[in-house]
Design a protein around this ligand. Structure first.
Ligand SMILES: Nc1ncnc2c1ncn2[C@@H]1O[C@H](COP(=O)(O)OP(=O)(O)OP(=O)(O)O)[C@@H](O)[C@H]1O
Ligand SMILES: [Mg+2]
Length: 230
């Protein structure tokens, strides 16, 4: 019988290993603040690698670390952050990009939803006809610059790099990118091709997150190679 995949809910228990890994990732990313990286995009080579759960739980980890965080669902094809945080998605990013009235700095006015102290979410809004055109628009560029002035960190959930251009378009507007690679699911050539495309687009790839790793197997393997502690 085929083993059923463990369903990981959007935001995991803060005591879980996944949440602990997200806190470790947060610690590794804290140096970014010194380098003025205030907006990061989470992407992957292929769909279904865990971008959205990593984005959601990383946002929770930063907010728990007393940062003011905005999580933007910029996956305008298969948005899921409203489900992760169980919030309404009738108003979100796509309407903001079309709203005639503007907030300060000429940026589109956004309606965010506070999900917990320190963490606001801007959901996708209704799906547009041309997602990459929305992400490439001047309104999007102004929005990214505006939200960076309001939050310590803005995390963008996005689509995968290889099937559509959306992530490469958005990647040009943000300060840094994290690539999620799902162990076993993604071949190294596919991850390599995504990295090549991100580099070619002149974007700032900060690092790679390996998702769905069987930590017990790795510990056992390390024990085998290096000798377990007595
Ligand atoms: N480490 C993990 N352990 C178990 N399940 C996981 C893990 N990471 C992701 N999942 C599950 O895999 C599925 C895909 O995750 P997610 O929606 O975050 O991927 P995605 O890359 O955002 O997908 P899409 O390309 O469709 O946006 C979800 O059901 C999620 O709960
Ligand atoms: Mg997703």
């Amino acid at each position: 019988m085929k083993k059923k995949e463990t369903q990981l809910p959007g935001v995991v228990d803060s005591r879980s290993a996944f949440a602990e890994s997200c806190r470790a990732l947060r610690t590794n990313l804290l140096f970014l603040e010194e380098h003025r990286v205030r907006s990061i995009m989470i992407t992957s080579a292929l769909p279904n690698e865990g971008k959205s759960v990593v984005a959601a739980n990383l946002a929770v980890a930063f907010a728990a670390g007393r940062r003011k965080v905005l999580l933007v669902d910029a996956d305008l094809r298969n948005p899921t952050q409203h489900k992760c945080f169980d919030v309404d998605n009738t108003v979100g990013l796509t309407q903001a990009l079309r709203r005639p009235q503007s907030s300060e700095n000429g940026a589109p006015e956004i309606i965010v939803q506070q999900t917990r102290p320190g963490l606001d979410v801007l959901t996708s809004g209704p799906l547009p006809a041309g997602p990459s055109d929305d992400l490439a628009s001047d309104a999007m560029i102004r929005l990214v610059e505006f939200v960076k002035t309001k939050y310590n960190l803005v995390i963008f959930d996005s689509t995968a790099v290889l099937p559509v251009t959306d992530a490469l378009v958005l990647a040009r507007h943000v300060d840094g990118i994290i690539l999620v690679v799902r162990a076993v699911h993604t071949r190294s050539e596919q991850a390599g091709e995504a990295i090549k495309q991100l580099r070619r687009a002149n974007t700032n790839l900060l690092g790679v997150v390996l998702n769905s790793v069987n930590a017990r197997k790795i510990a056992a393997r390390n024990g085998h190679y290096h000798g377990a502690a007595p």
